[in-house]
Each structure stands twice: as C-alpha cells, then as structure tokens.
Design a binder for this molecule. Structure first.
Ligand SMILES: Cc1cc2nc3c(=O)[nH]c(=O)nc-3n(C[C@H](O)[C@H](O)[C@H](O)COP(=O)(O)OP(=O)(O)OC[C@H]3O[C@@H](n4cnc5c(N)ncnc54)[C@H](O)[C@@H]3O)c2cc1C
Length: 283
C-alpha cells in the first residue's frame, strides 16, 4: 500500500477540519524530514497524508516578553531571530542547511532521541505548546507535552499550532556533543538557564537531550543549584546529579555508559559558562 491521497489545506481551520474528517489514520506532515524517509523506506504506510506547509502555521514573532513560534516555522527561521540566542544556537546545531530549510520547530518536538535538539532548548526555556482541534485550543507546558519515547499529549484530532517562549532576561548556555563537528546526531545535548538575585541562583532549568526517552529536565541538579553562588562545588554536585538522574541508551552513536559520562561533563561545562563573569552566550 502507498499514499493515495495528499491533502494540502490552505488555512488552520481547513487543516483541523480535514483531521477531524479523516481521523487518526491521516498522517500529518510538516517539513517531512522525518516522516518522508519513513514512507520511502516502507516503515510508515499511510494511505492519506496532510501537508501543513500552506496552513498558515509558520509565523515567528516577538510579542512583548514572548517569542511566538508557529509550529511550521522552519529551523532556519530560528537562525534568523535574535530575541532568544539559545534557540539560534540550538538551530545552528541541528542537522544541515538543507534539512533546516525544510524541518520545522514543531516537528522537532516529535523527533525521537537522539533528535530533538531544539526541543531541549525549548524545555530549558519553559516553552508552552498550543494544541488545537475543532473542539478548541489548549495550552500546556512543553514539560507536560513530552510523555515518553515517541509519545506526547497530542490527541488524535489535534495539531500542534504554536510554541511560545518566555524571552529569558539572563544569559543561557547550550552545548551539543556529537561524533562530528557539524550535522551530527547528539551524544548528549545540554541547555541551561539560571535566574539570579544578590549573587545567588534563585531558579535553575537544565534540559538534556539524547539521554532519555525524550528531552528531559535534570530536576535534582536544578534543585542543588538554587541558593548557591554557582561555585565549583555547586557545579560539580549538579553535574553528578544530572549524570546519575538521566536515562541514557546505547545506539550506533554512543553507549549508555559514555552518554552518562558526557552528560555530567557537559552539564558542568554549560554551568561554567553561566558563572558570574564568564563570557557565556547571550551576554
Ligand atoms: C539527515 C538528517 C539529519 C538530522 N539531524 C538532526 C539533528 O542533528 N538534530 C535534531 O534534533 N534532528 C535532526 N533531524 C531530524 C529532523 O530534521 C528535525 O527534527 C525536524 O525538526 C523535524 O521536523 P519536520 O517538520 O521535518 O517533521 P516531519 O517529518 O514533517 O514530522 C514528523 C512527525 O511529527 C508530527 N508532526 C510534525 N509537526 C506536527 C504538527 N504541527 N502537529 C502535529 N503533528 C506534527 C507528525 O506525526 C509527523 O509525522 C535530522 C533529520 C535528517 C533527515
């Protein structure tokens, strides 16, 4: 069996109506960089596909202290904005130019590990996702949207339509380790954001990619940092907690043992970039 019907809605209501009409068998495709190879290789065999390219979900705009990213905004569009430097850095570290020109920010949230390099940054930034259906809209934290390996909170009749990101006031850090310098799958990806008052950390967000069933928060490491001055001991303790708390896996890129070791090392490096006086990204 092969694709018999290709639907190309010209608006969001039309897309939601078609999804409602065709039901869960309809394969939703944004940039197609993940979905299309699966069809070509016969791993995914949908009868009907709905492309989102013309559905009007591709905008990217700053609205007050938020960046609103349409689900089908491309990874290249993230490179062209300067409101959130961490997202530029994440896009720069994702795939190659050609894939970034087609692949979407929304699609990156559905990409199984070791993919999801932009999702890792969005998780550290406390992004929220808007899901829509003919029944209405709901908004939830990205942390609640990602539920397991290739599973999310998205209902069968819903589309991801927007991702909103609070623009951070403080510097952030984003590091990706791969086997090659560029266009490489992740061994581990780390995104970190801290808030400060009076020289002490008041809030910490550390997100990790490629060391779990989906991008995950290093919650114990985050808690250990709050109240500290981010000195060497605090960084070392957080790095150990992050390494212990993650759920790495073995694949053709790295072993679980190596991923865990690198998770600790790269959390430490990311936090060092955020120590007062360091020249981290976004300063
Ligand atoms: C050669 C190559 C290298 C890559 N390198 C990286 C990398 O370094 N890092 C990385 O993170 N990723 C990488 N990827 C994966 C991929 O390109 C990106 O994750 C991209 O962001 C996926 O977006 P897309 O729009 O192409 O997804 P699609 O293929 O269009 O969609 C995948 C699936 O996601 C779901 N989906 C997508 N959008 C929506 C929506 N709005 N609503 C509901 N469901 C939706 C659908 O179920 C769809 O079938 C790579 C891919 C390739 C082919």
């Amino acid at each position: 069996m092969t694709v018999r019907t290709y639907l190309l809605p010209r608006s969001r209501p039309e897309a939601l109506g078609l999804l409602d009409e065709h039901g869960p068998e309809l394969l939703v495709m944004a940039g197609g960089t993940v979905a299309m190879p699966l069809i070509n290789e016969g791993i995914s065999l949908p009868e009907a596909v709905m492309g989102l390219r013309l559905a009007g979900l591709g905008g990217l705009e700053r609205a007050g202290d938020e960046l609103r990213i349409g689900a089908t905004a491309t990874l290249t569009q993230l490179l062209d904005q300067d409101a959130v430097p961490m997202l530029r850095e994440a896009a720069r570290n994702t795939a190659s130019w050609s894939i970034r020109n087609m692949g979407t920010v929304g699609g990156n949230l559905f990409t199984p590990p070791p993919g999801g390099d932009v999702a890792v940054a969005l998780l550290a930034l406390d992004a929220r996702v808007t899901l829509a259906s003919t029944r209405g809209e709901r908004v939830l934290p990205l942390a609640d949207f990602l539920t397991g390996f290739m599973s999310t909170e998205l209902a069968a009749d819903e589309l991801l339509v927007e991702i909103s990101v609070p623009i951070p006031g403080e510097p952030t850090a984003y590091l990706k380790l791969g086997r090659k310098h560029a266009s490489t799958p992740s061994v581990v990806t780390v995104a970190a954001r801290l808030e400060w008052r009076g020289g002490r950390v008041t809030d910490a967000r550390i997100a990790l990619g490629a060391v779990g069933p989906h991008p995950i928060r290093a919650r114990e490491a985050e808690q250990l940092l709050v109240g500290t001055r981010l000195d060497a001991d605090a960084i070392a303790a957080a790095a150990v907690a992050a390494a212990q708390g993650c759920e790495p896996f073995t694949d053709g890129i790295a072993t679980d043992w190596y991923r865990r070791r690198m998770a600790g090392l790269f959390v430490g490096r990311a936090l060092e970039q955020l120590t007062p006086g360091a020249a981290g990204e976004g300063r």
